[in-house]
Write a protein that binds this ligand. Structure first.
Ligand code: NAD
Ligand code: ZN
Length: 342
């Protein structure tokens, strides 16, 4: 078991990798605790839930809605929840976002913790204290920065995660290795078979390393003024790909990572051999590296999205493998690269 403390200005949050889900009840007083989960997790794991009232949301992004926040808050009120109560979100990124948002706002905030059940939640969504919901199709437009008391990552729960969702999370794992951990990148190259089989030892190692990278970056910049921008690696281009193609988030980020690697070579920050390694690793984990939509269309979506930033946008580029730099890129230069040189 690995405990990763996340030291922040006002409090400490703890990410616990390798803890068993069955020990969840050790982390709170169950008489005044309320669980939020989604229907899939409830179906698979309800026998192992602590004996607390449970609110079940529909699975998927559509639950990240203010109406659902209202429904859960009404339920909490009916249950007699007060400011001393505790909320536990058991689920993937959607449950963590919504449970964290409800906890941060109900009666101006009650304490909360997460059991992260998807790979993406374990290494990304559950860590860092951002909790958001969507509005009118705009993602995470309403939200808070409030840290969970704990994030439990029982990697055995990954065994029931659908393959597509696992691969989705691998895009963020690869992103973290590219940002800060050359040796994990190498390990992902060498150990793809046990990783894809989700073997416990390999999962604990991988989730531990990846979660630590996110935690370290969040500690340096909790409120996203600088360092935390590095986490956008692959996401500027990736979000535009996601919008245009409807590919999953992880697939789109993988295409964004490949794009960023290409631009980094063009800028003289990365060698062609390193770029090839990035593409190979993404393919090894069954992630795409080429957008099915053309660059002009993706660029159009990107510019629409970033129009407030002016003539240039902040882009995260790779300085070899295991280091990144955030640079302003002129939109004309980006266009030239995307359309003529990619
Ligand atoms: P998700 O929560 O929708 O989970 C994906 C699917 O897998 C769901 O159907 C879920 O029911 C199922 N599932 C989860 N764990 C399972 C398990 N152990 N066994 C079987 N099924 C399981 O999606 P996600 O990919 O985990 O998270 C995506 C969300 O996270 C997005 O809304 C995104 O905006 C958010 N996010 C937030 C942050 C943040 O900092 N707050 C960061 C990254 C992503
Ligand atoms: Zn992402």
């Amino acid at each position: 078991m690995e405990k990763i403390p996340v030291h922040l200005k006002n409090r400490q949050s703890l990410v616990i990798v390798g803890e068993c889900f069955n020990n969840l009840k050790r982390y709170f007083n169950d008489r005044n605790t309320f669980i939020i989960t989604d229907r899939n997790l409830d179906n698979i794991y309800k026998e192992r839930f602590p004996d607390c009232p449970v609110y079940i949301i529909g699975p998927g992004e559509k639950s990240k809605d203010l109406a659902v926040v209202g429904d859960i808050s009404r339920w909490l009120l009916d249950q007699g929840t007060d400011r001393k109560s505790f909320i536990v979100g058991i689920g993937g990124g959607v449950v963590c976002d919504i449970a964290g948002f409800v906890a941060a706002t109900y009666m101006r905030g009650v304490k909360f913790g997460f059991v992260a059940t998807s790979l993406l939640a374990m290494v990304d969504a559950a860590i860092g204290g951002k909790n958001g919901v969507n509005l009118d199709g705009y993602k995470n437009i309403i939200g808070t920065f409030t840290q969970p008391e704990f994030v439990i990552c029982d990697v055995d729960l990954l065994l029931s995660l659908p393959e597509k969702e696992f691969v989705n999370g691998m895009a963020e794992v690869i992103k973290h290795a590219l940002i800060k951990d050359r040796s994990q990148f190498k390990r992902l190259e060498e150990f793809s078979t046990p990783v894809m089989a989700r073997e416990r030892n390999e999962m604990e190692y991988m989730v531990g390393h990846s979660a630590r990278i996110k935690a370290t970056i969040v500690e340096m910049d909790e409120l996203e003024h600088g360092e935390r921008r590095k986490l956008n690696l692959g996401h500027t281009w990736g979000h535009a790909v996601e919008k245009v193609t409807g590919l999953s988030h992880g697939e789109s980020v993988a295409i964004g990572l490949a794009f960023s690697a290409g631009l980094s070579v063009k800028k003289g920050l990365m060698t062609e051999a390193e770029r090839r390694r990035v593409l190979e690793l993404l393919k090894t984990y069954e992630l795409p590296v080429m957008s099915p939509a053309g660059p002009a269309e993706v660029l159009d979506a990107l510019i629409k999205d970033k129009k407030r930033e002016g003539d240039s946008i902040h882009f995260v580029l790779m300085k070899g493998i295991g280091d990144v730099v955030v640079e302003p890129i002129n939109l004309e230069e980006l266009k030239n690269f995307a359309i003529n040189e990619q």
